[in-house]
Design a protein around this ligand. Structure first.
Ligand code: FDA
Length: 414
C-alpha cells in the first residue's frame, strides 16, 4: 500500500483473524479487490494460540444451541449455509491432518499454523492484500464521491479510512476485530467503538470461557487442591455441562468451568456435582450393608481424589459425620454427606477476566445486522463478522466455526 496516496479497494477488512481472513479469501475469489488491515505485527494470532497450539478448528456437531446471543435465531442461517462439513472439505483439500479429540472437537495433528496457512493460501488465491502493523485512526462514511480519491474506481467508494499508512477508500468495509480477550494477542474494542460511531447498539460485554476465582475460606481450600482434576457436572441458569473441573491456585478451571462461565453472572451460585451419574446415598448404604469397617475417607477415596475427600470431610458440618463409624451413619447423615458431594453450592468471587478468557460474551447487537449478508441494516456497506458480534460459542471449536461461517457468508455479499 503506498504511504500517502489515497487508494481504492472494493473491500477493506479490519482484522486479520479467523473471520476476517475467511471473508477476505471468499470475497477475493469472487473477483473483489480486497485489502485486510491489522494493527498487530502478525496475522491470526488467536488461531496460532488456540487449542493449546493445535487449534480446535471446528466441531462435528454444530447446532444453534451451542451459541449464546440475545437473539438465538441470528446464527442459524450462516451456520446452515457454511457448515463444519464445508470447513472440513476446505482443510481436506490442503491435506490437513487432524483428529477428533472428544465430543466432536476436531484438532490439528501437528500445529495450529497449518490452519492459518490454509487461510493465507486461500487469500492468495483471491489476490488479497494483507497489511499488518497498520493502525486505523479514523473511519468515515462518504455521503458522495470523495474529491480527494484519485482512483478511477472511486465512484463506488462509501468509506474512507485514515490509517498509519495513509488514506484508503472502499465500497464495503468489514469489521472483523474480534473480542476483548487476551489483549496481548491484539484484541481491542475498536469494532465496538465503530459500531457505536454508526449508531449501532453494543450489548453488555463480559469475559467468557474463563476460569473462576474464589475468595475467603474457599480460596484456601482450592489452593490445597490445586492441580486436582475430576469429571463433574456443573450447573447455572438452567444450563449444565458434564466435563472436567480443575482446581487452581486462584479458583476453578477446566472445560466444565469455562463452559458454565458463559452463563454465570456476578453474584450467582454455581452448583457442582462432584460425582455425576452416581448416587452417593446408594453407595454409602451399600457399604453399610456390606459391613465395611474402613473409615469413610478411605472408602470415598475409592470414588474421588484423596485430597478432595480430605478437604470436603473437613468442611464445617461434615467433620462430625466423617469421624463416625460407617454403620452409625443415619439416613439424614447419609443425605447430608451426599448433598455435600453431589450439590456443592459454589459462589465465585469473579472470573480471571479478559486476561485469560477465550472469548467475549456479547458484542454488536445482532438486531442491527442482516443475518443473511452481515451488513448493518442502517449503514449500507458496513459489515460485522465473527466474535465482535453478539454471538458466542461454547468451548469445542464452535467459535471458530462461527468465524468461518459468518466470514464466508459476508464474503458473498461484500
Ligand atoms: P480474532 O480475535 O481471531 O481476530 C481479530 C483480529 O482483529 C486480530 O488479528 C486483531 O489483531 C485485529 N484487530 C483488533 N483490533 C484491531 C484494530 N483496532 N485495528 C486493526 N486490527 C485489529 N475457538 C475455537 O473455536 N477453538 C479453539 O481451539 C479456540 N482456542 C482459543 C484459545 C485462546 C487462547 C483464545 C484467546 C481463544 C480461543 N478460541 C478458540 C476463540 C477464537 O480464537 C475466537 O473466537 C476467534 O479467533 C474469533 O475470530 P475473529 O476473527 O472474530 O477474531
Amino acid at each position: 500500500m503506498p504511504d500517502t496516496l489515497p487508494e481504492f479497494f472494493d473491500v477493506i477488512v479490519i482484522g486479520a483473524g479467523a473471520a476476517g481472513l475467511m471473508c477476505a479469501a471468499t470475497a477475493g475469489q469472487r473477483g473483489r479487490r480486497v485489502l485486510v488491515l491489522d494493527h498487530a505485527n502478525k496475522v491470526g494470532k488467536k488461531i496460532l494460540m488456540s487449542g493449546g497450539g493445535r487449534c480446535n478448528f471446528t466441531n462435528l456437531k454444530v447446532e444453534p444451541t451451542h451459541y449464546l446471543s440475545a437473539n438465538h435465531h441470528f446464527c442459524i442461517s450462516a451456520l446452515r449455509r457454511y457448515t463444519s462439513a464445508d470447513f472440513i472439505e476446505l482443510v481436506d483439500r490442503y491435506a490437513l491432518e487432524y483428529h477428533e479429540k472428544t465430543l466432536g472437537q476436531l484438532f490439528c495433528n501437528h500445529r495450529a499454523k497449518d490452519v492459518l496457512n490454509i487461510l493465507l493460501a486461500e487469500c492468495e488465491l483471491g489476490g488479497v492484500q494483507i497489511e499488518t502493523r497498520c493502525v486505523v485512526h479514523q473511519v468515515s462514511a462518504l455521503s458522495e464521491q470523495s474529491a480527494d480519491c484519485q482512483s478511477a474506481d472511486c465512484s463506488s467508494a462509501r468509506y474512507r479510512l485514515h490509517t498509519a499508512r495513509g488514506v484508503v477508500y472502499c465500497e464495503s468495509l468489514v469489521v472483523a476485530t474480534g473480542g476483548l480477550s487476551i489483549p496481548t494477542l491484539g484484541s481491542s474494542g475498536f469494532g465496538y467503538d465503530l459500531a457505536r460511531q454508526f449508531g449501532l447498539a453494543v450489548t453488555d460485554l463480559q469475559a467468557a470461557l474463563v476460569p473462576f476465582v474464589l475468595n475467603g475460606e474457599w480460596l484456601a481450600r482450592v489452593q490445597a487442591l490445586a492441580g486436582v482434576a475430576l469429571p463433574v457436572e456443573v450447573s447455572c441458569q438452567k444450563q449444565s455441562f458434564r466435563e472436567a473441573l480443575l482446581f487452581t491456585h486462584k479458583g476453578l478451571s477446566g472445560p466444565a468451568i469455562l463452559q458454565i462461565s458463559s452463563y454465570w453472572k456476578p453474584g450467582e451460585k454455581v452448583t457442582i456435582d462432584l460425582l455425576p451419574g452416581e448416587s452417593l446415598v446408594e453407595q454409602l448404604q451399600a457399604w453399610q450393608k456390606e459391613g465395611r469397617k474402613a473409615e469413610l475417607k478411605t472408602l470415598l477415596a475409592q470414588r474421588l481424589p484423596k485430597r478432595l475427600v480430605q478437604v470436603w470431610l473437613d468442611l464445617p458440618g461434615l467433620q462430625t459425620l466423617a469421624s463416625k463409624p460407617l454403620a452409625e451413619l443415619s439416613k439424614v447423615d447419609i443425605q447430608i454427606l451426599a448433598d455435600a458431594f453431589h450439590a456443592w453450592p459454589c459462589w465465585p468471587a469473579g472470573t480471571e477476566g479478559y486476561k485469560t478468557a477465550e472469548v467475549t460474551l456479547g458484542g454488536v447487537s445482532t438486531d442491527a445486522i442482516s443475518s443473511k449478508t452481515f451488513e448493518a441494516k442502517t449503514q449500507p456497506g458496513l459489515f460485522f463478522i465473527g466474535e465482535v458480534l453478539d454471538v458466542t460459542g461454547w468451548l469445542g471449536g464452535y467459535n471458530f466455526q462461527w468465524a468461518w461461517a459468518s466470514g464466508w457468508c459476508a464474503g458473498q455479499y461484500v
